[in-house]
Design a protein around this ligand. Structure first.
Ligand code: UD1
Length: 417
């Protein structure tokens, strides 16, 4: 297993350009199966999850090429409806192919995604919505077999603004007969990006970014070119890298609007942040201030995907901080590892109480999930001595060349096999 060996206590200084968003490129790549034509996707990040999605697309017959952060897809050659089980296991968000394959082929077979590193990942909202649109769904032996000649539009009220369920319904609805309305839809920027891709392909879809999305089904879609939005979670992670090392970083190619909730909280730690719409400078303080209360919430609330990294930051604050995780109840696997590095953290249910310490010390720790892994790298940047982070394949699922980028900014990280 590959690992990062980090020599800590180095102040990060410099400029970094943020790449395309993982959570945008994955549903958009899934969407490319629908037009049965070509799609060209720019600003695609070189991350493990993208390579898995490309393998999936190839496995069902798409022609795919990836070079210079551009993905070229030709989905006119699709000749299979079954998504290989081993690839679904490697990337649970491949469940997004349910809606896309129903629109493309009227049928798909996909293995049940089950639980994952950050807790159970139920898909009840995905399945009940597709059923409401007329899909026939049979679940047996761990597989979901989904079928429908042509779905019909439906009025769907989501119990929770699930990102994946909203995307799956959109993808199923674009070629359905009639109109689909999604109420209490997820409002994440990645949903807007998906809408923008689909609009260029000829879909009639309105309202992404609000709680009500309307899709009028069309008969066919056309070829499309699209550029992925910047990754707001990667941007937040680099902001924290600057904050935790008392550094001075300039982030380029970001969408400041998408990270307002992160900016607001990180400012509370005493960082100075200057920004225009697409760039930001963050200067870390000598000593960090605690944050009285953070609650993770669906967008535009504070993202669960930046909870672990923020916790790493607060381990070094002058006082006690409280983070409540309301989105994924089990998302605290990084805590035991941060404690190995000298952090003082207690978990009571979904609440974590972080008492700041004056120093973290390097230790051997294990990344157990993507964002938790990033939090350990951040802690290692600030810790005295050497931190060894094992299990970095989790981190590489969602960060493009994290070690190389941080080294350019003054960190000392060796990637070892
Ligand atoms: C997406 C993101 C992930 C992010 C999450 C929340 C992608 C590829 N992943 O995941 O990085 O952390 O949004 O912002 O975009 N739920 C149900 N039933 C369902 C679906 C979801 O109960 O059918 C629950 C989940 O257990 C969780 C909550 O809803 O507690 C949010 O999940 P959801 O928004 O669906 O997250 P994902 O789409 O899986």
């Amino acid at each position: 297993m590959a690992k990062y060996i980090i020599e800590g206590s180095k102040r990060l200084i410099g400029e970094i350009s943020v790449g395309g968003a993982k959570n945008s490129v994955l549903p958009i790549l899934a969407a490319t199966v629908i037009n049965r034509s070509s799609s060209i996707i720019f600003n695609a990040p070189k991350i493990k999850d993208l390579y898995i999605m490309i393998k999936i697309l190839k496995s069902i017959g798409c022609k795919v090429k990836f070079s210079n952060n551009i993905v070229y897809i030709d989905s006119s050659t699709i000749d299979k409806v079954e998504i290989p089980e081993d690839l679904v296991r490697e990337m649970r968000s491949s469940i997004i192919l349910l809606g896309a394959m129903l629109s493309s082929c009227g049928e798909t077979i996909i293995s049940y995604p089950g639980g994952c590193e950050i807790g159970p990942r139920p898909i009840d909202l995905h399945l009940s919505s597709l059923k409401a649109m007329g899909a026939e769904i049979n679940e047996s032996h761990g597989f979901i077999h989904c079928k429908s000649k042509r779905l019909t539009g439906a009025d769907i009220q989501l119990d929770y603004p699930s990102v994946g369920a909203t995307e799956n319904i959109i993808l199923a609805a674009v070629k359905a007969k009639g109109t689909t309305i999604i109420r209490n839809a997820a409002r994440e920027p990645e949903i807007i990006d998906l809408q923008n891709y689909l609009k260029k392909a000829g879909c009639k879809i309105y309202g992404a970014g609000t709680s009500v999305i309307r899709i009028d089904g069309v008969d066919s879609l056309k070829e499309v070119e699209h550029t992925i939005i910047p990754d707001r979670i990667v941007a937040g992670t680099y902001m924290i890298a600057s904050a935790i090392t008392g550094g001075e970083l300039v982030l380029k190619n970001i969408e400041v609007d998408h990270i307002q909730s992160i900016i607001a909280k990180i400012k509370e730690t005493g960082c100075n942040i200057y920004n225009n719409c697409t760039a930001l400078k963050i200067v870390g303080p000598k000593r960090l201030e605690p944050i009285e209360s953070i609650q993770t919430l669906p967008y535009p609330g504070f993202p669960t995907d930046i909870q672990a990294q923020t916790m790493a930051l607060l381990t070094l604050a002058r006082g006690t901080s409280v983070i409540t995780e309301t989105v994924f109840e089990n998302r605290f696997k990084h805590v035991s590892e941060l404690i190995r590095m000298g952090a003082n953290i207690k978990i009571v249910g979904k609440v974590s109480i972080i008492k700041g310490v004056s120093e973290l010390t390097g230790a051997k720790v294990t990344a157990k999930d993507l964002r938790g892994g990033a939090s350990l790298v951040l802690a290692g940047l600030a810790a005295s001595g050497t931190t060894i982070v094992d299990g970095i394949e989790h981190i590489e699922r969602g960060y493009e060349e994290l070690d190389i980028n941080l080294n350019r900014l003054g960190a000392s990280i060796k990637r070892q096999f």
